[in-house]
Write a protein that binds this ligand. Structure first.
Ligand code: 5AD
Ligand code: SF4
Length: 481
């Protein structure tokens, strides 16, 4: 994933970090790699720096500050950083102090020393819990103190600072409610790079959501590495019991003007009754569940330290379907975990057939130094991983296509988010998260309207806005003005 956003640079004036002061425009180039959490962090970094005068520029060559917002989850993602740094080295050599380079995100957290050794021209190394201190770090780097490193964990402070500096929002917005992971799957670096599970306070989340709705947001996606591990004290006046994610979704559903709520990514071990019931009872909670399982073999699930069996996973899926039969299920899979046999892999295919997915991500196991699985015997040869990945993806693609084809002819509520490439075309999302384009008036932007799905295109659905939706906006009672 690649995103370029506004940010900034250093010069002597960067010592001044008070947002109240007016700063001359400066160029910033941000590149984000990896997951939704990172995309969100990239946006928050941009929002944090914009008041200081930083605006987006199209390439590092035009930027006074380059931020590489990195991902460490698979080897390929980390390799990409080093190859990008290799290219930046020349630009930095030409521009010297006129361009500052910051490496942010999970590779910064995990490999700070290696980054310094392999790319000594990097000015700032900042972990995912310390972005909010970037203005200060830039000021320090500008004073020429050598590389500035900040990889402390102080997540609650970050939630608050970054939320406050949010930029103008669109129709759909991310709200980070939880960070970190205590699950320690044996293949995964996240518990080491993002730290332990920390939840953001419910009152702050509700307040941020209200503020977003005031700015025109109609849909929030609650983000967290283990979002359904979210726990918080109930707001004052709501009894003594702590809230879990189901209660948070219900509270957010009461925010006037908010049309849709989503959350990702969930862990099967944290799917409690409260959350499952919310799918059945709360119409604003969209029928889409991203619930990674990784493997269908109990032997491999145990070696991965997932803490659940294939049967337990399928039971959760059927409990969710019992209350919300149209739920679109999404998952993550890893093929070629050490010791995975043909039989284990066949069990993964069996689980996919039994669960039925509307979308999924699948990966070849990537050996991550420092994780327990990296030193397991019986690493699976690359060719074998390739073959399994191809077979799994063929099955998942067929399921996704079937799911999409099953929607043709149906009339669905679509939240229109932006203009399409064709004149008179808008792009929106189905409740199941697919993109849909339709010819529709601009007055439907930011609104939910009924659309009859007419076709499946390679990356989206196509539909016709119903006559009723053209004349009466479905969500008039919740839309602002
Ligand atoms: N190798 C391959 N895939 C991985 N993931 C996490 N760590 C690894 C790894 N070492 C995948 C998992 C996870 C998703 C975010 O990335 O499927 O759910
Ligand atoms: Fe990684 Fe497992 Fe935590 Fe997900 S639950 S972030 S895969 S350790």
């Amino acid at each position: 994933m690649h995103k370029e956003l506004p940010i900034f640079r250093s010069d002597g004036a960067a010592d001044e970090v008070t947002p109240a002061r007016t700063h001359a425009p400066r160029g910033v180039f941000i590149k984000t790699y990896g997951c939704q959490m990172n995309v969100y962090d990239g946006e928050r970094i941009a929002g944090l720096l914009a008041p200081l005068g930083y605006r987006s520029v199209p390439s590092p060559a035009d930027a006074e500050l380059v931020v590489l917002n990195t991902c460490h989850i698979r080897e390929k993602a980390a390799d990409k950083l080093y190859s990008d740094l290799g290219r930046l080295r020349e630009t930095k050599a030409e521009r010297g102090d006129a361009m500052m380079v910051a490496v942010a995100g999970c590779v910064a957290q995990a490999e700070g020393a290696e980054i310094q050794a392999r790319a000594p021209f990097v000015d700032i190394v900042v972990g995912p819990q310390a972005y909010h201190r970037l203005p200060e770090l830039i000021a320090r780097a500008a004073r020429g103190q050598g590389v500035v490193l900040d990889t402390d964990f102080a997540v609650e402070e970050k939630f608050d600072v970054l939320a406050r500096d949010r930029q103008a929002a669109s129709v759909s917005a991310f709200v980070t409610v939880q960070e970190g992971c205590d699950k320690f799957c044996t293949f995964c670096v996240v518990p080491y790079t993002r730290g332990k599970e920390v939840s953001r306070d419910s009152t702050a989340i509700i307040a941020e959501t209200r503020a977003l709705v005031q700015q025109g947001v109609r849909e929030v996606t609650l983000l967290g590495q283990n979002v359904n591990a979210w726990r918080s004290a109930a707001p004052a006046g709501d009894g003594g019991r702590d809230w879990t994610l189901g209660q948070l979704c219900r509270a957010l559903a009461k925010v006037d003007g908010l049309a849709r709520i989503r959350f990702m990514t969930s862990h099967p071990r944290d799917m409690d009754d409260e959350l499952i019931d919310a799918f059945g009872e709360e119409p604003k909670l969209m029928p889409f569940l991203h619930l990674p399982v990784q493997s269908g073999s109990d032997r491999i699930l145990a070696a991965m330290n997932r803490g659940h069996t294939a049967e337990a996973y399928l039971k959760i899926v059927s409990r969710v379907r019992a209350v919300r039969p149209d739920i679109a299920l999404s998952g993550d899979f890893i093929v070629g975990f050490p010791g995975e046999t043909d039989k284990d892999f066949a069990e993964t295919l069996g689980l996919v057939r039994a669960a039925g997915y509307a979308s999924a991500y699948s990966f070849k196991y990537s050996r991550r130094p420092g994780t327990p699985a990296a030193s397991l015997p019986k690493q699976v040869p690359e060719g074998e991983k390739d073959a399994r990945l191809a077979a799994l993806q063929a099955l998942l693609t067929a399921q996704r296509d079937d799911f999409c084809k099953g929607l043709v002819g149906r009339t669905l509520p679509i939240l229109f988010e932006r203009r399409g490439r064709q004149p008179g075309q808008l792009i929106g999302r189905t409740p199941y998260l697919q993109s849909l384009h339709a010819s529709a008036p601009d007055s439907l932007l930011g609104k939910v309207a009924l659309v009859r799905v007419t076709a499946v295109t390679p990356n989206a659905l196509a539909g016709d806005v119903t006559e009723a939706a053209r004349s009466t906006l479905l969500d008039a009672e919740t839309s602002r003005g």
